[in-house]
Design a binder for this molecule. Structure first.
Ligand code: NAD
Length: 366
């Protein structure tokens, strides 16, 4: 399906998502009162193995109300991990989950919510944005499945920028560009709305301003606050709209080839945008405003990636050349709205350019 946006008519449908957001340096202190507000007495704290000490710190702050810590979150939520986490939540009699970490921790909390309907309080420490969405993901037999369910949308989100200050610079950059990708696709989404487009533009602006400053001083909490603010906005745009070509490409590359999530988004974004922006003039204009007047937002983001020391090609991320055809066929096989029609040849060209790290262009592979 191809979507066309017109300038001359306001015609949209917007559904606000129910959740509370607490934002600010030190806001982790408000976590116990969030549990009070939801009447939660036995929560399971979920984190990734590398963030066990952060998970422990959160559990300590909750005292008796933390009935366990599950440091088992990994990328793309393998089916077995989801099953074992759901069993654990049931065995402990948990009445809710507190997820501390990036998209992997939230993803595992969502898998439990999907099975047992337990509410989630998310404490995000990356910029991936999953805490703002009713989208779940599960991977089995090398295929990642996603779906939407209101039960997996976190009930509360506590954004404490000081927790993101330990995110390594490389991961901060790629995670930030992952967030920008949500806003980019929200701007030309088939279900784009004026309020979400405003959030998208502001989110891109906040993050593209903050990321170079994070590279200079990763512990500057004002800059970390700007980045997390941008991530909140970009995540909200992801939760409110339907994503297109860029997300389908990353979904296939991550689910089928197990490429790293944020890094893959970072490499692919300029290529997907160069392809789509010629058919999405309003989105291009909004991005241009967000990027200090840049005439070619795709090229600007490509140069920004270089300046920030981000990975430059899919080959660098471990993708093999023969996988270009596999992924192109998978992406052409999905059904989704995109501002510009796609075909196998264009997608193969786009993936080849991204694999080699060539300059992105509107007509890839030529
Ligand atoms: P992640 O959660 O896997 O985290 C990456 C690494 O960074 C982990 O090792 C983690 O321990 C570490 N880390 C996180 N925060 C840290 C901090 N503050 N300090 C030090 N280390 C820290 O990565 P991610 O990119 O946040 O999430 C990726 C996953 O989220 C993917 O599976 C993706 O599909 C999913 N996702 C889902 C949605 C959705 O709406 N459902 C949206 C975005 C991402």
């Amino acid at each position: 399906m191809t979507t066309q946006k017109t300038n001359d008519r306001l015609d949209f449908s917007y559904q606000a998502l129910p959740m509370r957001v607490k934002f600010g340096v030190g806001s982790l202190k408000q976590l116990p009162s969030e549990l009070d507000a939801l009447d939660l007495k036995r929560v399971l704290v979920i984190c990734s193995p590398e963030q066990q000490s952060t998970g422990q710190m959160v559990a300590d702050a909750l005292g008796d109300r933390a009935v366990g810590i599950l440091p088992e979150a990994v990328m793309h939520v393998p089916e077995e991990a989801a099953q074992s986490a759901s069993d654990k939540a049931k065995e402990l009699g948990a009445d809710g989950c507190v997820t501390v970490g990036g998209g992997s921790a939230i993803g595992l909390g969502k898998a439990i919510a999907l099975k047992h309907g337990l509410p989630i309080i998310a404490v995000p420490t990356t910029y991936a944005g999953s805490e703002m969405t009713p989208v779940w993901g599960l991977t089995s037999n090398g295929r990642k499945q996603t779906g939407k369910d209101p039960r997996v949308l976190p009930t509360s989100v506590v954004y404490d920028p000081s927790l993101s200050a330990t995110l390594p610079v490389g991961m901060s950059v790629t995670s930030g560009i992952n967030a920008i990708a949500h806003a980019v696709e929200a701007l030309y989404a088939p279900d784009a709305t004026p309020i979400i487009s405003l959030m998208a533009e502001e989110g891109v602006k906040a993050l593209t301003n903050a990321l170079p400053l994070i590279v200079n001083d990763p512990e500057d909490l004002e800059v970390r606050s700007q980045a997390l603010y941008g991530s909140w906005l970009c995540g909200a745009t992801l939760g409110a709209t339907t994503m297109s070509l860029h997300h389908k490409l990353c979904h296939a590359l991550g689910g089928t080839l197990n490429l790293p999530h944020a890094q893959t988004h970072t490499v692919v974004l300029p290529y997907a945008l160069a392809f789509n922006q010629v058919a999405a003039p309003e989105a291009k204009a909004a991005l241009s405003r967000a990027l200090s007047g840049a005439q070619d937002p795709a090229l600007e983001l490509w140069h920004l990636g270089e300046k920030l020391g981000a990975p430059r090609s899919l080959a660098e991320l471990g993708m093999k050349q023969e996988d270009i055809q596999v992924i192109a066929e998978e992406v052409v096989g999905y059904s989704y709205g995109n501002p510009r029609p796609i075909d196998l040849e264009s997608i193969r060209g786009l993936l080849t350019d991204a694999w080699q790290g060539n300059q992105p262009k509107a007509n890839p592979g030529n």
